[in-house]
Design a protein around this ligand. Structure first.
Ligand code: ADP
Ligand code: MG
Length: 721
C-alpha cells in the first residue's frame, strides 16, 4: 500500500529507465521523487484511437497527423535563415513539416521516430506540407502506450525523450498501486469525486477524454484539501501556542468616542466592530484582517478597537508602513479623540503643578504619542522628548502609541501592550507578527491588520487563510465614485486643462510620474524633470514635488503644505500610494498608467474623491500589451476594488501572487484557485471541519503524514508540540 508520503521518499532513480543523468535532468525541473513524477501531468493528449490517414487530410484545415520520420534535413539558404524540413509517413502518404530558425530541432527529431504534427495543411508544389506545426515525439514504433489510444503528452523535460517520461510514469504508477486514499470518504462522496488511484490512472493514461476532467478535479481537490488542512492546523496551533488576553471592555471610552463623532457608524462599520469585540473578549489573540476601501472608515474602527483594550488598562499600538503615514495616523486619531472630548490636557507641566487648564476635560482621557525615527510627539505634553517618551511607554503612561513598523524592531518597551493595529498588510509578514508577539513578553497582543487593498476571496481562503476576515463593504454616505478616463499621450493637454479647471474652483490635484522599477533615484530624477515641465506649463498654479529621495522632514513639509492648500498640483512618485488623505484633492493624473499594476492604480485613484467633491482620475497611457490594455479597461469600468482585485488575479494568474507568501502553495500544481474556486470552498469547509472534530488528526494519521510530506518544511512546525 503506497501512501503519498511514502512515494515522496522514493527517489526517481528507483524508477525503471531512470539513471543518474536522467535523475539529474528531472531534478532540474523539480521532479525528485515518485510523487513528483505522478504529479507531472500531461499538458495535452493526442488522439490515436483512430489514425488519421495523411492521404486524405484536407488542405486548408487544421489537423493532427501521426507518422514515422523518414527524413530530417536542414539548410541555410541565407546566413540568417535556417530551414529544417522533416518528412513523416504513415501507411497512406507522407507530409513535410517546415520550421524556420528553430535550432536543434534536427537533433531532437530523428529518422524512425513516431512524430505527431499539428497545424494547417498546405499544398506546396503539389505536395502536402505544414509550416511550423506543433510537434510531439511519440515514440519508436514498439511502444504500446501510443497506438490505438489517447496518448498523453507530458511537459517536455530537457534532455529526456518524451516517451521515456511517459514510460517512467507508467511504471511508477504501476508499482505504486494500490495507492492509499487519505481523503475522508464523506468528502469524496458529497463532492462525487473519483478515487485517488483511479484519478492518477485516468489523468496520465485516459481511455477516453471524458475521464480526464474528473481525474483532474479529484487531484486538484487533494491539493486544495491539503493546503486548507495545513491552514486549519496552523490557525489552531497559533491559538494553542499563545497566551491571549480576554479583554473586558467597559465601554467607558468607546461609548464616549463613538458618541462624540460627528457621524454615526455605517452598518458595515458596526458589524465589523462587533466581530472585533467578540475576538477581543476571547482568551486567545485575535489575528484579524480588516479590509475596506480607502475612505471606508477603517481608522474609526481601529480607534474603537484600541480603546477597548485601553479601557482594561492595556496599551495599544498603531503601526504604519512609512513615517508620513504614521504622522498622518497620529494627527487623524488625536483629532478624532479631541472631537469626542477624550484628549488630555496638553499643557502637561501645568497640570503637573496641579493647576487646572482651560483645555482640560473632566472625563477620562487617552494619552497618545507618535514615535518615529525623526519625531517624538505626545498629546499630553507639549515638551516631550524622545527619552521621556520611551520611559512613558515603558511605564504605561502612554495609552496608544503610533509609529512605523520599526516600533517593533527597535528598543521600544511597552508596559503592557494589549492590542496592535497594523496598517497595510503587504509589508507586514509573518516574521513581524512573531516580533510583535515577543514585544509583549508574557502575553500575545490582539492583532488587527488593516488593508485598503481588497483581497479576492480566492486569496483570503489560501494565502491569508490563517487570518480571520472582516470587510467594510460600504462607504460612508455622500461619496461620489471617481470618474476615470484613459487618455493617450497626445491628449495629455486635456489632463492639464482638467487640473486648471479644478484649481479654479479651489480644488487640488496629483500628478503621478512614471514608475521606474528598481530605481528610486531615476524615478526621483524623472519626477523632478516632470515637476519643472509642469511648473512651466501651468505658471498660474503652485506646483509642488514629492518623491522617495527626499528626507522625511522634507516630505512632511511638502505634505503639510499640500494639506494646507498651499500647493495646487502635487507632482509625485508612488510614495503617495498608501493612505495619503487630502479631501480637497479631486484630480488624479497618472502618467504612463499602463506601466502600473491594477492594485497600484486602484490605490492611487483612492487618493481622490475623498471629500464632498467628485473625483476625476485621468490615466495617460499608450498601452503596448494586451495585459496593460485589460488593466486600463478594468480601471475605467469600475471603482469596486474587489472586482478589480479579482480581475488583477485573472490577468496575472495565481503564480505571481503566490510567490509572495509561500507555504503550501508549492503543492498547488493542478489546482487553480480561480478556476477551481468551488473546489477550494469545499476543501476549506471540509478541512476546517475535520480539524474541529479531530484537532490532532489522530484519527487520520496517514492524512497528517501526507500534509507534512507534500507541503514540506513550511508546515513541519505544525507537527511538533
Ligand atoms: P480609511 O482609513 O478606511 O481610508 P478613514 O477612517 O480615514 O478611512 O475615513 C475616511 C473619512 O471618512 C474620514 O474623514 C472619517 O472621519 C470619515 N468617516 C468614517 N466613518 C464615517 C461614517 N460612518 N460616516 C461619515 N463619515 C465617516
Ligand atoms: Mg485610513
Amino acid at each position: 500500500m503506497a501512501t503519498l508520503s511514502r512515494l515522496v521518499a522514493v527517489p526517481t532513480s528507483k524508477v525503471k529507465d531512470i539513471g543518474p543523468s536522467r535523475q539529474h535532468a528531472l531534478a532540474e525541473v523539480g521532479i525528485r521523487n515518485v510523487a513528483d513524477l505522478l504529479h507531472h501531468i500531461p499538458r495535452r493528449y493526442v488522439d490515436r484511437t483512430e489514425t488519421a490517414d495523411i492521404a486524405v487530410v484536407p488542405v486548408g484545415s487544421e489537423v493532427t497527423v501521426v507518422g514515422e520520420v523518414t527524413s530530417v534535413q536542414t539548410r541555410r539558404p541565407k546566413p540568417k535563415l535556417l530551414i529544417t524540413e522533416v518528412r513523416i509517413a504513415d501507411d497512406t502518404a507522407s507530409i513535410k513539416a517546415v520550421w524556420f530558425n528553430l535550432k536543434h530541432i534536427d537533433k531532437t527529431i530523428r529518422e524512425g521516430m513516431q512524430l505527431s504534427l499539428s497545424g494547417v495543411v498546405e499544398s506546396f508544389k503539389g505536395s502536402l506540407q505544414m509550416k511550423t506545426p506543433a510537434y510531439d515525439i511519440l515514440n519508436d514504433t514498439t511502444e504500446t502506450l501510443v497506438t490505438g489510444r489517447w496518448v498523453p503528452v507530458h511537459p517536455q523535460i530537457a534532455k529526456i525523450n518524451p516517451w521515456v517520461i511517459r514510460r517512467a510514469i507508467r511504471s511508477a504508477l504501476q508499482r505504486s498501486k494500490p495507492i492509499v486514499d487519505t481523503i475522508p470518504a464523506e468528502s469524496l462522496a458529497r463532492l462525487s469525486l473519483i478515487g485517488r488511484e483511479q484519478a492518477y490512472e485516468q489523468i496520465h493514461f485516459p481511455e477516453t477524454m471524458e475521464q480526464v476532467v474528473p481525474a483532474r478535479n479529484r487531484l486538484a481537490f487533494d491539493e486544495l484539501f491539503r493546503l486548507e488542512l495545513a491552514l486549519a492546523l496552523q490557525k489552531r496551533r497559533q491559538m494553542l501556542d499563545s497566551t491571549g488576553i480576554a479583554h473586558e471592555p467597559t465601554g467607558e471610552l468607546v461609548d464616549r468616542f463613538l458618541n462624540g463623532l460627528p457621524f454615526t457608524l455605517t452598518g458595515a462599520q458596526k458589524q465589523v466592530l462587533e466581530e472585533i469585540s467578540a475576538d477581543l473578549r476571547l482568551g486567545y489573540p485575535m489575528h484579524r484582517l480588516l479590509q475596506g476601501e480607502v475612505g471606508s472608515g477603517k481608522t474609526v474602527v481601529a480607534v474603537a478597537t484600541l480603546l477597548q483594550g485601553v479601557e482594561g488598562g492595556w496599551q495599544g499600538a498603531i503601526m504604519a508602513p512609512t513615517e508620513v503615514l504614521a504622522g498622518q495616523h497620529y494627527q487623524g486619531v488625536t483629532a478624532l479623540l479631541a472631537q469626542s472630548g477624550l484628549s488630555p490636557d496638553p499643557l502637561g507641566p501645568l497640570s503637573d503643578l496641579g493647576m487646572a487648564s482651560l483645555f482640560a476635560s473632566d472625563g477620562p482621557a487617552v494619552h497618545m504619542a507618535l514615535l518615529t525615527g525623526s519625531t517624538a510627539v505626545a498629546n499630553y505634553r507639549d515638551d516631550i522628548t524622545r527619552e521621556r517618551l520611551l520611559e512613558d511607554i515603558a511605564s504605561g503612561q502612554v495609552d496608544v502609541l503610533v509609529g512605523t513598523h520599526a516600533l517593533i524592531q527597535e528598543g521600544v518597551h511597552f508596559a503592557r501592550l494589549g492590542v496592535a493595529v497594523v496598517d497595510e498588510q503587504h509589508r507586514f509578514g509573518v516574521a513581524q507578527r512573531v516580533l510583535l508577539k515577543e514585544k509583549a513578553d508574557a502575553v500575545d497582543p490582539d492583532l488587527l491588520i488593516m488593508t485598503a487593498t481588497p483581497i479576492p476571496r480566492t486569496l483570503s481562503m489560501t494565502i491569508y487563510g490563517d487570518l480571520d476576515m472582516s470587510i467594510i463593504s460600504e462607504m460612508p454616505p455622500g461619496r461620489t465614485p471617481v470618474r476615470t478616463t484613459v487618455l493617450s499621450p497626445l491628449e495629455e493637454i486635456a489632463a492639464w486643462e482638467t487640473i486648471r479647471a479644478a484649481a479654479g474652483e479651489g480644488r487640488q490635484a496629483f500628478v503621478v510620474c512614471p514608475l521606474v522599477e528598481d530605481s528610486p533615484k531615476v524615478e526621483a530624477a524623472s519626477a523632478v524633470a516632470e515637476f519643472q515641465r509642469l511648473s512651466a506649463l501651468m505658471p498660474a498654479l503652485r506646483v509642488g514635488l514629492i518623491h522617495g529621495q527626499l528626507r522625511s522632514g522634507e516630505k512632511d513639509q511638502v505634505m503639510a503644505e499640500f494639506r494646507a492648500g498651499e500647493i495646487d498640483v502635487l507632482v509625485a512618485t508612488t510614495v503617495i500610494e498608501v493612505g495619503i488623505d487630502v479631501p480637497n484633492a479631486t484630480v488624479m493624473v497618472i502618467e504612463d498608467a499602463d506601466r502600473f499594476g491594477l492594485s497600484q492604480l486602484h490605490q492611487l485613484r483612492g487618493r481622490v474623491g475623498r471629500g464632498l467633491h467628485p473625483g476625476i482620475c485621468l490615466l495617460l497611457a499608450d498601452p503596448t500589451t494586451d495585459e496593460s490594455e485589460q488593466r486600463l479597461r478594468a480601471m475605467a469600468s469600475t471603482t469596486d476594488g474587489f472586482v478589480l482585485a479579482e480581475e488583477d488575479l485573472r490577468i496575472r494568474g495565481q503564480g505571481t501572487v503566490f510567490g509572495a507568501r509561500q507555504s503550501g502553495m508549492a503543492d498547488l500544481r493542478l489546482a487553480d484557485v480561480l478556476r477551481d474556486f468551488d473546489l477550494l470552498v469545499a476543501a476549506r469547509h471540509d478541512a476546517f471541519e475535520l480539524v474541529d472534530r479531530d484537532p490532532e488528526l489522530s484519527g487520520h494519521p496517514e492524512l497528517a503524514e501526507e500534509v507534512r510530506s507534500m507541503l514540506g518544511d513550511a508546515v513541519e512546525w505544525l507537527f511538533h508540540s
